[in-house]
Design a protein. Sequence first.
Length: 319
Amino acid sequence: MTACLHQRLGLPYAAGGQRLIDAHHHLWNLDTHCYPWLQDEVDPGFFLGDYSALRRNYLPEDYLADSAGQQVLATVHCEAEHDRADQVAETRWVHQQHARYGFPNAVVAHVWFHRPECEEVLGRHLEFPLLRGIRSKPVTAARPELAASVRGQSGSMQDEAWLRGFELLARNGLSWDLRVPYWHLQEAAEVAAAFPEVPIVLNHMGFPWDRSPIGLDGWRAGMAALAAQPNVCVKVSELGLRDQPWTLEGNRGVIEETLALFGIERCLFASNYPVAGLRIGYGELVTTLQTILAGYDEAQRDGFFWRNARDFYRIEVRD
């Protein structure tokens, strides 16, 4: 059985903590690398509101401290909007962290699908052995009523250049981390249907930001369209809302609906730390999900917390 990260590093570990693979977290060093959103002007439109607490280094030691109450078997690092002028620098740095700390154990990097340099940048990412997938955010609209206005624009999911870049994932055995607001989920389902050989994982449950009846109806329609595509999984993560607390009862409904739509075998635990830390502690997040999953059997819960991520990202973890 694979030992947890803390145990492998000789750190105190919680023998009774949840065994898990964290399918989505970030690390960054603002002293050595450029992350414009963390170092330039604060974006007032950030989906969680004030994020000034994130504008500091978040290093492996910080992640280990936040997750200390759990048995973290492995982690997946997702690109964190590093300076796009040097997209490979983040992948190189994350591999350096793996060499020192033994994690992250899979890397999701960034490439602009629609730009001429796509294939060249992807090729440089592929030189690194932990690369498993790409997160490239397509052009999206700021509000649901504007969704149709961006359809077909450069960088959108209908852009022929974007689709040509996307096709490189299939050629190279890579997955796509899909991150769009819920009003673009049905478009993403069209991409999933057109590329059934590409494993796709939806980030953050499609951001069900609008919890009104109309908003939830729109989110459900998009989630159902994606769930109908067998190559799509979903990360149960980042359910924080702007200027609102993260609560069990506030998020139970959308989590349970996601589990019902996709089946627990296509759902992955993901912390989205440190971003999610603006609303909820790591331990509280795990405990909340354990509560919601209480009706599932042990094998299903193990799948959700670590086996599904192991299989999707092809991580070497022994039972």
